[in-house]
Design a binder for this molecule. Sequence first.
Ligand code: TYD
Length: 202
Amino acid sequence: MSKAKFITFEGVDGAGKSTHLNWFAETLRQRGHDVLVTREPGGTPLGEQLREILLNQPMSIGTEALLMFAARLEHIEQVIKPALHAGKWVISDRFSDASFAYQGGGRGLDWGKLSQLEQWVHGDLQPDLTLFFDVPVEVARQRLANNVSLDRFEQEQADFFERVRAGYHRRVQENPRRYAVIDAAQTLCKVKHQLEEVVSLF
Ligand code: TYD
């Protein structure tokens, strides 16, 4: 049996990643892998409390980044590393790429500071693969328009999400081998075909 893998899902709000994540996990299970699905911010009792604060309470940009990484450190130590060591595959709905995209790209926090936090919190652990659901911002916003309640990030304007998307593109350019870029503007069916190609690698 191959080594357990750490896979993350990323994209701007409304890209549709969450819709496909459960199908992806189920398909891996059918292929005989033990799979744990988790999310950020969150994934632990403390992390879920931090999520509640992060998604609802105004705060300075630095505080936002530090709390994201604090929740992440807890998540890595309590959940991700133990699962991988036990041979479980871990699929996380968002990870550090989101901090670079949202706090770095979206909010304008210094990229170098985020790199330092990344190095400190998980210098020894990177996802084996990141599925980046890429979609034009206006398409993502149309999808979000049906949501009844929007959190602090989802309430941001289009220019914020353009910068978030650019932040993701920067991350992909910095390390292209880690990413599978999914064209998420396509129909659900066509996006699924793209995921089937990724899953077939495992
Ligand atoms: P999201 O993953 O989109 O959950 P849901 O599908 O339930 O809305 O929500 C998490 C939000 O947190 C999202 O808007 C992006 C933001 N976020 C950051 O800004 N930085 C981070 O490091 C992470 C993990 C998330």
